[in-house]
Design a protein. Sequence first.
Length: 106
Amino acid sequence: QSLIKASYILSILALIMFFVSSDIKGVSYFIVSENIKNGSAKLYDDEWQNRLLILENPDQLIISFNEFSVKPTGLYFDDIEEDATNWKNNAMSHFYHKESIVLIKE
């Protein structure tokens, strides 16, 4: 009985803290939903899918990509670099069987 009552009270307190939090915009759900509403999630996905088409094309061995035009919080974390010898570029090149992959910054 008392264990059920204590867990019920803790659950209510957790919900109150969640909704009263002054940093509600920092919660992942709100960040990602804002990216969906403002269209940046869709644009980022479109740009990533275009990259993927190129990466999966066995005829293209030397690749350069433009920077993503948007970098939505919660979805975008990192990218390749301008330096083809960077470890991230090398890892992507190796994974997709490419000779070279670089980023072109605008």
